[in-house]
Design a protein around this ligand. Sequence first.
Ligand SMILES: *Cc1c(COP(=O)(O)O)cnc(C)c1O
Length: 358
Amino acid sequence: MREIKRTINLSFIEENFRRLQKRASTSEIGAVVKADGYGLGMTSIAKRLAQAGCRHFFVATFKEGLTLRSQLTEETIFVLNGLSTNQPQNFHQARLIPVLNSLDDINAWSSAAEVTEHGCAIHVDTGMQRLGLTIAEFEAVKANVGLLNSLNIKLLVSHLSCAEQPQSAMNQQQLALFTSLSNGLPETIKSLANSSAVYLDPAFHFDLCRAGAALYGVNPQPDQNNPMQAVLSVSAPILQIRQLNQTCSVGYGATATMQPGSRLATIAAGYADGYPRQASNLGQVQIGNWLAPVVGKVSMDLISVDISDLPASAIAVGEMANLIGPLVSIDELASAANTIGYEILTNLGRQAETEYVG
Ligand SMILES: *Cc1c(COP(=O)(O)O)cnc(C)c1O
């Protein structure tokens, strides 16, 4: 019996890179490949994007940076989580650029001047309250010319909290703050936009955009048609087909009831494979060209789907059902599970056999 399987199309990731680059034509697209490339495989993706001309990469941790550096020699690699527990000389040796997030980071970096002359990035918080210097802290750094020169700030970063909501007033507020704090740093690359902000006004693009989710096919503009190419498909085999002769409840907690004559298929994937349990009674899987609704609770390794509307000839034990596929997008499964595509990407089928195509 075959098992759950993931297929990732690298040429579609490359195509998404080009679409983003076209949309932000006066800026450059950098690739965010943290969390193992949003679960899809950092090194395969980064190597492909580097070949396609991507010159800037973002990871979350120093360790991810080391792994990526062993694959990419020329490209610039930024470590979003900053120094964390690592020393400036570790970054220097690995040719990784930390995104300094606090005054502690800044002080540690500037006092290791002999190894830090290759420069750093700085994250200033304009509305997330998550990482980054406060605006006042950053203004104080800017006013201290000696410190400023010793830091050699290659890149200035801030992160939008509501970029996927074009109407949110937060966007304009953060844009105004970022514009004002980036004044007077002519040598520094400025970066505000994530994937969704690539589809906001070009004023958000600055010099470098940091695109993650959209590269992997997540819709950057949830209220409109997805401009990205679908990159991922995940499928799992049908283990059993059963016809019900009487009214029956289905699954743990007996949360669904089926009428006599209905048919169910049991599929070999569950929440242990990253299929969201929240999609119980709400998700759909694709079998052939049909959609089959999830019935009852998602179990650890299994889901049941209603195949009553499918012709009997359309389905057989051993065939594969698409959990993500042409008729079920990442965003659709995410919305059925009351989450976002990002979480589906980083969970679904991560242990599965993965094939890269394209
Ligand atoms: C994850 C991350 C990104 C990428 O965001 P997407 O919405 O996936 O494009 C950009 N910048 C920072 C600071 C991030 O943490």
